[in-house]
Design a protein around this ligand. Structure first.
Ligand SMILES: Nc1nc2c(ncn2[C@@H]2O[C@H](COP(=O)(O)OP(=O)(O)O)[C@@H](O)[C@H]2O)c(=O)[nH]1
Ligand SMILES: [Mg+2]
Length: 211
């Protein structure tokens, strides 16, 4: 049976800023998208919301240096509106050490301070084996006790068996350090794979907002 495609959502860009003074008031549940430059953060945000050019998709990695905030309206009045935050990519090679450190400080400050943050979506390219910068970020999130989900991107670029193999490798790598594994979701911004699963996850977390 063909599944009904979930409707496009209503969403708007709220603003862009490097520090708390420039971010929207933390009065709605928020989800942050982080990952290496070019992993597909902006594409995934566009895919989830169903708006082609909400978040910019960049061919030039490392261009966004601010946190970009978006507001998404609830579907048919169910649950609160929610916020998406598109964070600057890490692991971009062509920047100075000082600039990299400044990014890291900014991202860590955001993740620690943002009181309405419900969950971090940590994006990794499903084609690559676990990268040190991603494992470092996962480790840091774990130590800080910040809830996160690992979201594999570009699922359209590999065949099923290769995807299964790479995801299994990821599980094995994490199991060396962590007792419990985080939730893993496989997505493709091209085909819409993983959209329903991510939106259902967000709706579920949103339903507990204000409890
Ligand atoms: N085939 C395919 N390409 C993707 C996917 N997601 C992103 N891309 C491409 O990867 C590049 C970087 O995407 P972008 O969303 O700008 O990455 P960001 O730097 O993490 O925001 C762009 O050329 C996108 O078109 C995907 O799911 N499938
Ligand atoms: Mg981007």
């Amino acid at each position: 049976m063909a599944r009904r495609r979930m409707k496009n959502l209503k969403a708007e860009h709220l603003g862009s800023g490097r520090n708390a003074g420039h971010w929207p008031k933390p009065t709605l549940p928020e989800y942050a998208f982080i990952g290496r430059s070019n992993v597909g953060k902006s594409s995934l945000i566009n895919m989830l919301v169903g708006i082609h050019r909400l978040a910019r998709v960049s061919g030039t990695p490392g261009r966004t240096r601010n946190v970009e905030h978006f507001r998404v309206e609830p579907i048919e009045g169910q649950g609160p509106a929610w916020l998406l935050a598109d964070l600057p990519g890490y692991g971009f090679a062509k920047i100075s050490k000082a600039e990299r450190a400044a990014w890291q400080r900014m991202i860590q400050a955001y993740l620690r301070q943002r009181e309405n943050l419900q969950c971090v979506f940590l994006l990794v390219d499903v084609r690559h084996e676990p990268q040190q910068s991603d494992l470092d970020m996962i480790h840091w999130l774990g130590l800080e006790g910040i809830p996160f989900v690992i979201v594999f991107t570009k699922g359209d670029k590999l065949k099923q068996p290769a995807i299964r193999g790479n995801v299994a490798l990821y599980r094995r790598t994490l199991k060396r350090t962590w007792e419990a594994l985080p939730h893993l979701i496989i997505t493709s911004s091209e085909t819409g794979q993983g959209r329903d699963e991510m939106l259902a996850f967000i709706a579920e977390v949103n339903s507990r907002w204000g409890d």
